[in-house]
Design a protein around this ligand. Structure first.
Ligand SMILES: [Zn+2]
Length: 323
């Protein structure tokens, strides 16, 4: 075994931590963690990157920020010098697509859901700034797409109206790994981008779908947070259902959003675990859930049964008169 091979083996079996310097001089930790078999997770700044190291090529999921591209490529090159042939964007957000241009230059073909590309291209209104054409996905799909790479049939599938309206998750059946994109935040409240087609209901449905695909041994690469398992998915489903139910109950009691935000007991179980300390605060998740309930249910019906019957009687009298 030569030195190169030893180094490669070492990197493949260990967790490599690579420190790098960004343009701003700020130090970013790029950490590559093995998920399972040839599938790895690269943590840095922004959304978690998925990497599938094949014998002939590399398949990559998401690209983080543009300013990190050089360091990300350096970190990848320490494990494999094979060309990065394919890049799948899980959705349009900048912390997952910022490195697209650099990957395009590397020769990667970029894939995404149709809606994600339209948002990136500025075709659909979004907060996203218009980006350079070189960062745009070249292949789009609406339901699912299969990738044949490294002797595995990898499935990318759309999750409707969850984090955005253009989310895809990627399933490696042989390696038993799922990259969820931002349809799963491990250890924090999720960001549900309702301005870009996301919804609490879709988010929960997406998590259920991932739960059904996974077994006890499946390694889950979340959009943000540490590598997880199906138990972390279950915890998130239960948490969101629990908060949703409580907020809905308060809503039917005509409590305002501000009053609900003031009810610390609704989320205290999760806040104690640090859930509100990430990108999405406790107030923000409560606001997202409250607003969705309000949108679905409209104003709370304040009428009593007696008032309703009186109204009905008046209506009937009016109809008689009209006839
Ligand atoms: Zn996102």
């Amino acid at each position: 075994m030569n030195i190169k091979k030893i180094t490669l083996t070492f990197l493949l079996f260990c967790t490599g931590i690579i420190f790098s310097q960004t343009d701003s001089g700020e130090k970013t930790n790029l950490k590559i963690v093995k998920a399972n078999k040839d599938v790895y997770m690269l943590k840095g700044k922004g959304g978690n990157i998925g990497l599938n190291f094949g014998k002939e090529s590399v398949l990559m999921i998401d690209s983080q920020y543009a300013e990190l591209s050089e360091d990300i490529l350096k970190a990848i090159r320490q494990i494999s010098k094979k060309p990065i042939k394919m890049l799948i964007n899980t959705h349009f957000h900048g912390d997952h697509t910022g490195g697209n241009t650099a990957l395009n230059k590397e020769g990667a073909v970029i894939f995404s859901h149709k809606n994600a590309r339209e948002r990136l291209a500025g075709i659909v209104n979004s907060d996203q700034k218009k980006i350079d054409d070189s960062a745009l996905p070249m292949v789009t799909f609406t339901e699912k797409l299969q990738f044949h790479h490294n002797n595995e049939t990898i499935q990318a599938f759309h999750i409707e109206n969850a984090h955005t309206d253009g989310d895809v998750a990627i399933y490696f059946p042989k390696s038993n790994v799922i990259h969820t994109g931002d349809v799963f935040f491990n250890g924090g409240y999720p960001f549900i981008d309702t301005k870009s087609g996301g919804s609490v209901e879709g988010y929960l449905k997406g998590l259920q779908k991932i739960k059904m695909m996974a077994n006890e041994d499946t390694k889950i690469i979340p959009g943000h947070g540490d590598l997880g398992t199906v138990n972390d998915i279950k915890f998130t489903i239960n948490m969101l259902n629990d908060i949703y139910k409580q907020v809905r109950f308060q809503y039917t009691k005509e409590k305002s959003l501000q009053e609900v935000i003031g009810m610390k007991e609704i989320t205290s179980k999760y806040d104690k675990k640090g859930y509100g300390e990430g990108f999405i605060s406790t107030d923000k998740i409560l606001t997202t859930i409250y607003n969705e309930i309000k949108k679905e249910n409209g104003p709370v019906d304040k009428q009593s049964m007696e008032e309703r019957l009186q109204d009905k009687y008046k209506q009937q009298q009016k109809e008689k008169k009209d006839n």
